[in-house]
Design a protein around this ligand. Structure first.
Ligand SMILES: Nc1ncnc2c1ncn2[C@@H]1O[C@H](COP(=O)(O)OP(=O)(O)OP(=O)(O)O)[C@@H](O)[C@H]1O
Ligand SMILES: [Mg+2]
Length: 409
């Protein structure tokens, strides 16, 4: 039996715009319930990476403290999202001989073939974050999800390997440790986001998740139920704010307010001469502008983000596999008209992804800003369930992801 404490799972999302700690409780009936959260404006993070430790430590302390206060739970271990352009994902293949005569595949064989897929040279400055199996190949039969107990002579696996910078990871873990939390489980941010918002059928059909944060827009491509590609574009919601600030000569605070209240990225937006009143730099005077001007400022930036992601999808030859289309999440997805712009650029189904699969605190659950935080908690609860009892109905795809991640103590 698990002790009471082990029923709690904490997700920590250290983003460019906000640091968010979310506490979930895995109830006896198997339902995950969000029971506390803390979110503070982020300091010391640029483009998803820690660039100043002290401010980040303070942000973590505050977010975690608020979440502890709200839930009455004391936090010792967190699942933390790791992001940034230092993350590299690539596909690899492992091959083993089970037996020349053929016999039933055992758990040991599966572990051996996964080990074989890791048998690639990883540069000294990189850390192997995840090995995610995509499909097994049993004697040249591809697309096998779980080869356990199948008769087999040669077993192969195609896996997605994710590495990150050693230094970036160590700095992140140290910030969390110094904020008073001894145990840290790093999880690829895009994986967390996808667990937060993507449906299983979308992942099977082929889908691209685009998480538009403050400083980054990240991409994760799924097909056949598994992760095939990740990419981080160092551009996000803050670029819209900067563009507005420069374009209409106002402060960043005022530009942020205008963006959230009046801006639209829609290619078909018609304001019919609606006007808004804004503060000029310094805040001394106000001026009146047409909403159309704001639209003309944000539109090209939204277009640029989506075109760059489309180019990346084409470059890796995955664009034609997106049968379920595009899912947009993160705070940038709240900018009005983003889905319309994505639709125009990609010419695919587009939806806004909100977190699902957890109960409680609807203001959190129902907001794309918390996609990764909810995903981290869901990911943690999945490993808790798997750790408690070995469930043979669960696919290897989920099981192995949880086995590979490390705990730093
Ligand atoms: N209602 C809104 N309309 C437009 N933009 C919004 C809205 N709410 C939040 N944003 C923008 O979303 C961005 C923050 O998103 P999010 O919280 O997902 O970022 P983050 O996870 O902290 O950053 P990153 O993932 O890049 O490290 C900011 O640029 C913010 O201005
Ligand atoms: Mg984010």
């Amino acid at each position: 039996m698990m002790s009471r404490k082990e029923h709690y799972i904490v997700g920590l999302d250290i983003g460019t715009s906000k640091v968010c700690a979310l506490i979930g409780e895995l109830r006896e009936d198997g339902i995950l319930s969000v029971i506390g959260y803390g979110t503070v404006e982020s300091k010391g993070v640029s483009r998803g990476v820690v660039v100043a430790m002290e401010p980040v430590i303070e942000c973590i302390k505050k977010a975690v403290g608020d979440a502890e206060l709200m839930s009455g739970v004391s936090i010792e271990k967190v699942f933390v999202g790791i992001s940034g352009s230092h993350i590299i994902g690539f596909n690899s293949r492992g091959v083993i001989t089970v037996s020349s005569q053929g016999r039933k595949v055992t758990r040991d064989d599966i572990n051996r073939v996964l080990e074989a897929s890791k048998n690639i040279s990883i540069p000294q400055d990189k850390y192997l974050l995840h090995v995610i199996p995509q499909e097994f190949i049993v004697d040249d039969h591809p697309s096998i999800i779980d080869p356990m107990s199948m008769l087999c002579s040669k077993l192969e696996v195609n896996a997605h390997i994710v590495t990150c910078s050693n230094i970036a990871l160590r700095n992140l873990v140290e910030c969390v440790n110094r904020a008073g939390i001894p145990k840290v489980v790093p999880v690829l941010e895009q994986l967390a986001g996808s667990i937060g918002v993507l449906r299983e059928d979308e992942k099977k059909l082929g889908v691209a998740l685009i998480d538009i944060g403050g400083g980054t827009s990240s991409l994760a491509v799924f097909d056949n139920g598994s992760l095939w590609h990740t990419f981080v574009l160092p551009m996000g919601g803050n670029n819209f704010t900067n563009d507005i600030s420069i374009g209409v000569r106002t402060s960043l605070e005022e530009a942020e307010r205008i963006k959230k209240k009046y801006a639209s990225a829609s290619p078909t937006f018609v304001s019919e001469d609606e006007t808004i009143e804004i503060q000029t730099v310094g805040g001394a005077t106000r001026k009146v502008l047409s909403k159309q001007i704001i639209n003309e400022i944000v539109k090209p930036r939204a277009e640029e983000i989506f075109v760059k992601i489309k180019d990346e999808l084409r470059r890796v030859d995955l664009y034609q596999y997106l049968t379920a289309g595009i899912v947009i999440t993160g705070g940038g997805a709240l900018l009005e008209g983003m889905a319309d712009m994505a639709q125009a650029i990609f010419d695919l189904n587009v939806r806004i992804g909100k977190p699902y699969g957890a109960e409680g605190l609807n203001d959190v659950i129902d907001n794309p800003v918390f996609a990764s935080s909810v995903g981290l908690v869901k990911h943690g609860s999945e490993s808790l369930k798997l750790g408690e009892k070995y469930d043979l109905d669960k696919s290897w795809l989920k099981r192995v992801v949880n086995k590979i991640i490390m705990i730093f103590e």
